[in-house]
Design a protein around this ligand. Sequence first.
Ligand code: SF4
Length: 695
Amino acid sequence: MPADTHCPYCALQCAMTLTPEPITRPGSASVAGRDFPTNRGGLCKKGWTSVELLDSPERITRPLVRQGDGTFAEVSWPDALDLVATTVASSRARFGADSVAVFGGGGLTNEKAYQLGKFARLALGTSRIDYNGRFCMSSAAAAGNRAFGIDRGLPFPVEDLDQADTILLLGSNVAATMPPFIGHLAGARERGGLVVVDPRRSATAKLTDDGAGIHLQAAPGSDLVLLLGLTHIVFAKGLADLDYLASRTTGADALRRSTNAWWPERVQARTGVPAGQLRAVARRLARGRGSYILTGRGVEQHVDGTDTATAAINLALVLGLVGRRGSGYGTMTGQGNGQGGREHGQKCDQLPGYRKISDPDAREHVARVWGVDPSVIPGPGLPAVELLNELGELGGVRCLLVHGSNVVVSAPDVEHVRRGLATLDLLVVCDFFFSETAALADVVLPVTQWAEEEGTMTSLEGRVLRRRRALEAPAEVRSELWILQELARRLGAPGEYSSDPAVVFDELARASAGGLADYSGLSHELLDTGIAAYWPFAPGSEGTPRLFLDRFAHPDGLARIVDVAPAPSEEAPQQGGVLTLITGRLLEHYQSGAQTRRVPELARAQPEARVQIHPATAAGLGIVDGEVVELSNVRGTVRCRAELTADIRHDTVFLPFHFAGVECANILTERATDPVSGMPEFKRTRVRLVASERV
Ligand code: SF4
């Protein structure tokens, strides 16, 4: 039977129909795009080729346990689970509950993310749980919570963008990461109103060509200054919406005073963007109500990512764009369930419903749903980078369970992570492929892929979507829900752990009731009727496609304008080299590449990492196109081919982060983090560059 479901990759969650091919291709399916508001039947090449992974010969199909000689042996499920439970229980008894940690992923379904958070807190009793969304959305989430009291990537349906007059898109290369999305930029492009801020002339920046808009090629990490400059112009030119500021916000006066210092010529000197362009963009944003400001990882993946996203929100508030039909601010969620994955308890400081784990009322409510005393729920843990720093430390983590994440490719300073993993007493990885992290594990547990499971995902616009099973999983492959249920039973955990996604979702909905991300009243059955379910979704409601129309989520209903300023460190570039490295994505690959590098068509198109260098910069270093070069700093060296392109600034190089081994971009990135969000610095790393044979 064909199954209507959604793509396994990014947060656009394009709708697709899978049809099993039992005769021509047993174990796999054909895929067709399905009409849906976000993708209108379109899929990108990642989506079209996603079914190639279902019957991949590289799939793990039996539990694996590392032997004394370092090789892996296939074992039965009871043996694998007994080994995990025994080792974890021993670690807890000898070193305390926080010696066991869990690392989750933004690609897990809502049901798995919820169950993982519950399992960590109740079955393991550990506070040490966080997930790879910390590397993706945490700064935007922190900024949204601070300003609006709630964090939903796009607080409006994607189709609202179709009517936009002007869209200011900062640090997001949607033409590569989610191509069907660019259909929603078409209206703004027709009206000459697409403004793209990016240090590269990316595929998205090129959409501004031929009068469709303007590309602001700002220096890496200068978005905060650029946004302060735009806000300065809006105030100085009388373009601020003063009635809106008075009735819907607090804090505007302090921002007006502080942005006085950011006049356009000063901003030009810091960002490289001409003052005239800044004035034109500010006027354009203010000229009507059809303006949107959207941010992506280029803005957010910095040690000042929260403040930079806040500066974008401030600009949107000063212009009176937020909470009005036909205008707004939003952030482009990256991972498939990046939104839902941060709502249900796999973040170190949260309980289901996007509740604070330190809030006594939240603990009481969730404990009641879980059938335990609130005192058994641990307090806040550590954000991802700090958690990984604890691996092997005295009194730190000794056992780690990894679900849906490939940390030795995607975390910053991966050689440090690799050294930490090597010290563990137990590393367990649940995956469907032998990822680079799985290759280091003691136990590898094979799990279902998206086409083999039921569940829900929450898209970048906060819409809860049904994932549906099209195929049976291979005989010895299991779902994470079943694995967590079995481990919880072996550990004598309090509470119930179902392996039925519909049952887990019902519990999730009860646990979320009254929280910010309220799923109460929703069920798989109701979602199957085809309703458009945007959270918050209280019983009897039709959900909330557009947030903030009447009030923001702070108790007084007002948005907070938070005065932000660039850190002194921006004045004094980091040590380590003369070029600034930006990491990012390619059209053909997704996240760490553990999946897409195994799709033949995608691997043929982009088989290796290539560092983009401006021809003038390369000429100065004596580097020619295609030559093998070395990028290095104090953390290590990446070796890959050079790709010369005038699309990048002279002072900047770009490296995709989808590749492993000596091509792994995160060998070079650092563990410094944003003090509010815990986001590492991924897009402002100093490197030296030299042709390989001349090292
Ligand atoms: Fe999948 Fe995203 Fe491509 Fe859509 S845009 S097909 S969701 S990877």
